[in-house]
Design a protein around this ligand. Structure first.
Ligand SMILES: Nc1nc2c(c(=O)[nH]1)N[C@H]1C(S)=C(S)[C@@H](COP(=O)(O)O)O[C@H]1N2
Ligand SMILES: [Mo]
Length: 320
C-alpha cells in the first residue's frame, strides 16, 4: 500500500533464458507423448518453480473470465503486497517458504446456525474448482490479470447456515510471527482483517482462491486460501485466511482502521474518487513496463454490469 517507487517495478518482464530452455524441453517431451494439444490458454510455460507446484485436478473454465491477456506467472508471483511477509514488493516471494500451509483449518463462526471449521483438503475436494481470469486492481494504480483457481465464496458460506441477521462477513489472516516475519513489527495492527457486506460476499463474482495458473497458490499470493473480489481495490482481497465470521455489524478492516480517509470499507474501484495522495483515474498494467501508456480505470473495475445494482442509491464518494 506504500507509494510505488520506480524501483518497485520488477525486472522480470523479460523471460530468463533458462525458462525458454526448459520450456523447449517440455514442449519436446509433450510432443513425444502426443499431449501437445493440452498446452492451452491458462497453462503457463514451465519455469523454475514448476517442479514444486502442485496441479489442481478437474478444473472447470468459468463463464466469468475476462478475455484480457493474463499477466505472466513470474510477475504475479514476484510483485506482491503481503505485509506479513514484509513490505517490499519482492519480499513476499522471498519469505513465502516460511509459511506452513498444511495442515490448515478455517474456522467459520458468528451469526450462523452451523458454526464449525473446515480443513483445506476438504475445501479443495468439496467445492468445484474453476479457472476464472480476473483483473485485480491495486490502489496504487497498478493492475494485473490473473488466472485464478477458486470457487464462489457463497458456496462455502451457505454450508454454515448464516442467520438472517448476519449482514456482514468478517475475515482474518493467520497470526504467527514465527512464520510471518512481518508480524514481528507493528507495521499494521495484526492480524490482518477484512470484511464484506453479505450481498457482496454472496455475489457470484466473489471467490475464494486456492490457486493460480492451474496450480496451488504460492505463499506470496495468500496460500492456501485467499479472497478475490474483482470490482474492489486489492487490499480487500485478504490472504491466508484462518477465520470467517458472520456479523450483524460492519466488521473492522485493517487499512480502513489505519487510514480511514484513504481506504474506505467499500473500496470499490472508482476512477472518480481519488486516493488523497494519488489519482485513481488511470492505471498501469504490471509487465508492460514503466513507459507503457497508462489505461483509463473503469467504474467497478469494469464489472459495473454485474455489481452496480448492489450500490443503488448510495453516494459512492461518501461510501468509498
Ligand atoms: N493478509 C494480507 N492480505 C493482503 C495484504 C496483506 O498485506 N496481508 N495485502 C493486500 C493488498 S494491498 C493487495 S494489492 C493484494 C495483493 O495480492 P497479490 O499479491 O496476490 O497480487 O493482497 C491484499 N491482501
Ligand atoms: Mo494493494
Amino acid at each position: 500500500m506504500l507509494i510505488q517507487r520506480p524501483a518497485d517495478i520488477p525486472s522480470s518482464e523479460i523471460t530468463p533464458p533458462t525458462i525458454y530452455a526448459r520450456r523447449r524441453e517440455f514442449l519436446q517431451m509433450t510432443a513425444a507423448l502426443g499431449v501437445g494439444a493440452m498446452l492451452g490458454v491458462g497453462m503457463r510455460p514451465i519455469s523454475a518453480t514448476a517442479s514444486t507446484a502442485t496441479k489442481i485436478s478437474s478444473l472447470q473454465d468459468s463463464r466469468f473470465s475476462t478475455d484480457e491477456a493474463p499477466t505472466s506467472y513470474e510477475d504475479i508471483t514476484t510483485y506482491n503486497n503481503f505485509y506479513e511477509l514484509d513490505t517490499g514488493k519482492s519480499d513476499p516471494a522471498r519469505n513465502a517458504h516460511r509459511l506452513k500451509t498444511r495442515p490448515w483449518t478455517i474456522v467459520v463462526d458468528g451469526e450462523c446456525d452451523a458454526p464449525g471449521e473446515i480443513g483445506i483438503e476438504d475445501v479443495l475436494s468439496g467445492f468445484t474448482q474453476e479457472e476464472r481470469i480476473y483483473r485485480l486492481r491495486c490502489v496504487e494504480a497498478w493492475a494485473m490479470v490473473v488466472p485464478w483457481v477458486g470457487f464462489p465464496l457463497g458456496a462455502l458460506l451457505k454450508r454454515f447456515k448464516p442467520k438472517s441477521r448476519a449482514k456482514y462477513v468478517a475475515f482474518e489472516t493467520l497470526y504467527d510471527p514465527t512464520q510471518m516475519p512481518g508480524q514481528r513489527r507493528a507495521v499494521l495492527d495484526w492480524p490482518y482483517v477484512e470484511g464484506l457486506r453479505m450481498d457482496e460476499a454472496m455475489h457470484p463474482l466473489t471467490i475464494l482462491s486456492t490457486g493460480l495458473y492451474g496450480e496451488l497458490l504460492p505463499g506470496q499470493n495468500g496460500a492456501p486460501l485467499r479472497l478475490v473480489v474483482p470490482w474492489k481495490y486489492g487490499f480487500k482481497s485478504i490472504k491466508s485466511i484462518v477465520r470467517i465470521s458472520f456479523s450483524e455489524q460492519q466488521p473492522p478492516a485493517t487499512w480502513n482502521l489505519m487510514q480511514p480517509n484513504e481506504y474506505g470499507f467499500y473500496a470499490n474501484v472508482n476512477p472518480e474518487v481519488d486516493h488523497p495522495r494519488w489519482s485513481q483515474a488511470r492505471h498501469r498494467m504490471i509487465g508492460e513496463g514503466l513507459f507503457a501508456k497508462k489505461r483509463p480505470t473503469l467504474l467497478f473495475n469494469g464489472y459495473a454490469d454485474q455489481v452496480a445494482s448492489l450500490y443503488a442509491g448510495m453516494d459512492l464518494t461518501k461510501f468509498y
